[in-house]
Design a protein around this ligand. Structure first.
Ligand code: SAM
Length: 223
């Protein structure tokens, strides 16, 4: 797992009560990601599910920037769900729904009475997930996008990607090697493989945004 540290805030009643995690990378990437989303989600209303919300910091920034969208954060790891919930409480925004523990590789289930509209999602966002998880997680996200997005809805992937089978930077090649060293099922994905799986699920690759630090945002649209 990346280097995440704990945020301490006495307003939550002391160190132990504050479960918020802080990811250093968030502070570097949130502004460029928001700049892209401001164009990609311009005028969009409705519900957006985030897969692999991690600390929960991005979803707070997204909810502040897009107040007319209802955001549904999720993550596989229980302590990340706890952190997302802590950030949600701290932000006090009405357009972030309770965080849900969800394995994106399987069927998407939102327990409880409050449910996202799973046949009419405006978008699905997943940042830095599909290279730090086995490929079936990427496939699950693409399957979920095919099943749960409205027509014209967008799937947004952020992270490093290979292009035409090649790394786009030496640092990405080293990162890929270190990921595979930690878990052979992880690794930087090739855009073509992601696109192939997207097409199989009724989506097409609409745009590629080159991002700082050799990352990309891939925008897929539900046909
Ligand atoms: C590198 S972190 C990225 C977190 C956050 N999106 C960010 O950019 O800071 C990857 C996240 O994916 C989550 N994840 C891994 N496997 C998953 C799965 N099968 N389903 C959903 N989330 C998963 C991890 O728990 C972790 O929070």
């Amino acid at each position: 797992m990346p280097k995440w540290t704990r945020v301490f805030d006495q307003r939550f009643g002391g160190d132990d009560a504050d479960a918020r995690l802080d990811a250093a990378a968030f502070h570097r990437n949130v502004e460029p990601i928001l700049a892209v989303l401001e164009t990609e989600l311009a005028g969009v209303e409705g519900d957006i599910v985030e897969i692999g919300s991690g600390t929960g910091q991005h979803v707070v920034a997204f909810a502040e920037t897009f107040p007319r969208i209802t955001w549904w954060p999720t993550d596989y790891e229980a302590d990340h769900v706890t952190s997302i919930e802590a950030w949600r409480r701290h932000a006090g925004l009405g357009n972030i729904m309770p965080a849900v523990q969800l394995d994106a590789a399987g069927p998407w289930r939102f327990p409880g009475s409050v449910q996202p509209p799973l046949s009419n999602l405006a978008a699905i966002v997943s940042l830095n997930v599909i290279h730090i998880s086995p490929w079936p997680v990427g496939e699950g996200i693409l399957r979920g996008a095919g099943a749960h997005l409205r027509t014209g809805g967008k799937l947004v992937f952020y992270g490093p990607f290979k292009r035409d089978g090649a790394h786009t930077a030496e640092s990405n090649a080293r990162f890929d090697q270190s990921l595979r060293g930690r878990d052979p099922s992880w690794g930087v994905r090739d855009m073509a493989d992601v696109e192939r799986a997207a097409v199989a699920n009724g989506l097409h690759l609409e745009r590629i945004h080159q991002m700082p630090a050799n990352n990309f945002i891939l925008i897929f649209v539900k046909d």
